[in-house]
Design a protein around this ligand. Structure first.
Ligand SMILES: Nc1ncnc2c1ncn2[C@@H]1O[C@H](COP(=O)(O)OP(=O)(O)OP(=O)(O)O)[C@@H](O)[C@H]1O
Length: 260
């Protein structure tokens, strides 16, 4: 696969995610084998691919929710699969995750939602928790909506609140699962700008699962494309380069069809 013209594997100076020879199957359903890539500190790294190729599963592997069939995963320099007990718990609290739905608790205000991880994982007194949570809501432009319930806000605001909650513990790495799903193009573009601003201003590393071409081109420093048939990575590199120069028919179809 390394010989493929669409695999532009860059040397990553300061990797915060290191995946080597990863394989995953659910029973007889092999999703991928021999998946290897690295994500550098401060990058916005996109995982893309068609429906059912295993993007969400790969994300879950990276945050320790699934065990792979084979391979190694290092996160922030730690062996995720070998880590147990406190080491694993500590490592996982250094990761922020926003699921597709935003997954806010409906009975809590946005402020309470963002305070929740601080309550669970820190010993900060309530006033400090509130201060941190308000700061995070401010970062995503939701200061004014702190006391609203999830049902009282738009889909785009819910995504922003989900990001604020994922950032509550100042994670070095933020994982976003389909952030633009269900959003109109303008709201989606606003969310893309927020991700770019946070990456640039805070130096946070983002790993984003998405198949929204406009988002990929707007935010992605680098990407990998998974493919169900190939059971692995068929393209890696700068998404704009892949759009302009991809040789693999599936990669070309993805980048050209939606770009047209
Ligand atoms: N817990 C599970 N047990 C069994 N099979 C699973 C499980 N999770 C996912 N799968 C299967 O693995 C395949 C890949 O699923 P996954 O959700 O990772 O794909 P995806 O690329 O994120 O797709 P989509 O873009 O449609 O969300 C699918 O065939 C799915 O049915």
């Amino acid at each position: 696969m390394d010989g493929s013209p669409d695999l532009h594997r860059a040397a990553v100076a300061d990797p915060v995610v290191q995946v080597d020879g990863l394989a995953m199957a659910f029973g007889a359903n092999t999703l991928f084998h021999d998946v290897s890539f690295e994500v550098g500190r401060g990058e916005v790294f996109v995982i893309l691919g068609g429906s059912g190729c295993g993007k969400s599963t790969l994300l879950k592997l990276l945050i320790g929710l699934h065990a792979p069939s084979a391979g190694r995963i290092r996160i922030l320099g730690e062996d995720l699969l070998g880590a147990g007990g406190d080491t694993r718990r500590d490592l996982l609290t250094r990761l922020g995750v926003m699921w597709q739905s935003g997954a806010l608790f409906g009975s809590m205000t946005l402020l309470e939602n963002v305070m929740l991880p601080l309550q669970e994982h820190t010993r900060l007194p309530p006033a400090a928790r509130e201060e941190v949570a308000r700061l995070k809501l401010g970062l995503v432009g939701l200061s004014e909506a702190a006391d609203r319930l999830p049902a009282e806000i738009s889909g785009g605001m819910a995504k922003r609140a989900g990001i604020a909650r994922a950032m509550a513990l100042d994670p070095a790495l933020l994982f976003l699962d389909e952030p633009s799903a269900g959003l109109d193009p303008i709201t989606s573009a606003g969310l893309d700008r927020l991700i770019q601003d946070l990456a640039r201003d805070l130096g946070t590393t983002f790993v984003v699962v998405t198949h929204e071409l406009q988002s990929i081109l707007a935010i992605g420093d680098r990407c990998i494309m998974l493919d169900k048939q190939a059971q692995g990575i068929i393209a890696e590199g700068d998404p704009r380069q892949l759009r302009d120069h991809a040789a693999h028919p599936t990669v070309r179809a993805f980048f050209r069809r939606e770009a047209a």
